[in-house]
Design a protein around this ligand. Sequence first.
Ligand code: HEC
Length: 210
Amino acid sequence: MNRMPLLLTGIFLTFFSAWLGLVAMPYIHLGRFKPQVDDVTREETPPPFSGEALQGATIYAANGCIYCHSQQVRPLEAGADLERGWGARRTVARDYMRDKVAYFGTSRTGPDLSNIGARQPSAEWHYQHLYQPQVVSKGSIMPAFKFLFEKRRISGQPSADAIKMQPPDEAEPGWEIVPTREGKQLVAYLLSLKRSTYPLPEAPEETPAK
Ligand code: HEC
């Protein structure tokens, strides 16, 4: 008896059901989100990223920040993320609709960054932290990303972008430390991460019990 047609149908159905489950269904459920528009201000949430922040996301990927940082806040019943102050509510799929690639992350050697732009809104802090994490965070084990900065001789006026470091990280007299284009883009990205500062109907604010 020729079982070839049966075998081929079986193979087809196996791959087709995998495609349905892994490609088609997620696309139908998650592929067509629309932003929430405020009736009065017409403001859109989640807000769009600036071009600089979008570039910064690629720097985030290229430097392996994802190996130590997650970008997802778990609901109250699933963990202590809200108690740690990592967000005002859980993150949901729509929070990531503006991301080209969502950097959820699986490891938390460092804190979750879903909301770092709201938790730490100072660009200067981020620059100092990236240049030498231990300066602003005592005992930090985060590696320094000094190659996102340039040490250059001051010619004329010092640059407005120069970061202020203390000895021993300070630049020698007549020199200054300024972020490179990549450094600025990365910080623009970090400052734009404010995933649970805006309300979404599917994710109401949750307050951990004190
Ligand atoms: C080897 C692990 C590791 C890598 C890689 C890493 N970090 Fe960190 N990061 C940490 C740790 C640990 C902390 C907590 C101590 C501190 O604040 O420095 C931290 C803290 C931070 C904070 C402050 C968070 C807060 O809640 O105060 C930011 C922002 C940050 N990292 C950004 C980055 C970025 C951007 C990159 C990639 C360029 C990166 N990290 C790569 C381990 C890492």
